[in-house]
Design a protein around this ligand. Sequence first.
Ligand code: 3PG
Length: 400
Amino acid sequence: IDELLSEGVAGKRVFVRADLNVPLDGTTITDDGRIRAVVPTVKALADAGARVVVASHLGRPKGAPDPAFSLGPAAARLGELLGADVAFATDTVGESASSTVAGLADGQVAVVENLRFNAGETSKDDAERGAFADQLAALADVYVGDGFGAVHRGHASVFDLPARLPHYAGHLIATEVGVLKKLTDDVQRPYVVVLGGAKVSDKLAVIDQLLGKADRILIGGGMAYTFLKAQGHEVGSSLLQEDQIPAVQEYLARAEKSGVELVLPVDTLVAGEFPDMKAKTPGNPENVAADAIPAGKLGLDIGPETRKLYASKLADAATVFWNGPMGVFEHPDYAEGTKAVAQALLDSPGFTVVGGGDSAAAVRTLGFDEQAFGHISTGGGASLEYLEGKTLPGLAALED
Ligand code: 3PG
């Protein structure tokens, strides 16, 4: 983007593909981190006199307008953060979008409605995606890719559109890639990775890569129970992906052979049922050894011994990557494990990267100072796929 700014953008229509996919409670944004992250790019362009057209997806609507997934609240928040009026088009490439963009003065910003209200955005059919990318291209003279959280998607606005316009990477993408490079090229050791979240299937590919890179991998969250079961322990009614057990067993064996410490919970908070997330009524958890989860009970957070163990494994880390909460942190009874890991990252002397999605939201909603971490990524799946060594369509499209 520095190159673009130095060439001059005054009067040009610049399409910024952002990732404003923020969590919403009705129309209330519960974590605006992704909107704040794109402000430097939007502001730099607007200050330089560009007519900025911001576009994003939000949620997974089914290729047609759905008010529950409107970008209206995100557009309003972007305006607050910029301290400027932001125009909002109620469609993406229709009459509202073209008249809104045509009405922009130099230095003004517009947001168009959710890209995924159009079937062409996510279509697997190249021609359908291409046709939608043509419509998007008509809105702008230049493309700036800055939606890091979506660069792993080969979607029209991420992959096909940059080929149709002069294209540049925004500040956010440049920062994110710079940080993730530190985890892949020439990493400082010990390199400790903390992985949590519900599904082990989402993390298998990254574990596969990390077994050759990390010194220690600490496992928590719902995925830990598939690991415990793979070791032959009963896990009661905890979350379990039976079909993943053979893959997990293979990783456990590989870790042992290669000398990577793969660390599992030693104790876990359990309850008879999943907590009521709306009422947040107390869940009466009890702490049990991780190899003795009673029948009918389900694990909902790592226990106090595991918190201490994981903190000790992080204490001397030179590099840390953390993705995925340790438990159902949204409920106060099951937030301590995630809090303890966040605190251990802060206490560690190393460079700490929090992968996006739930762990980034957890850090912010549990009251931690996000500035104290080395980097909080806006990309959940995107940062994992980067670490898996995959070619990310949204980065490849900007590279030529
Ligand atoms: C994310 O939340 O990880 C990104 O915004 C991508 O969203 P998606 O998984 O719906 O493509």
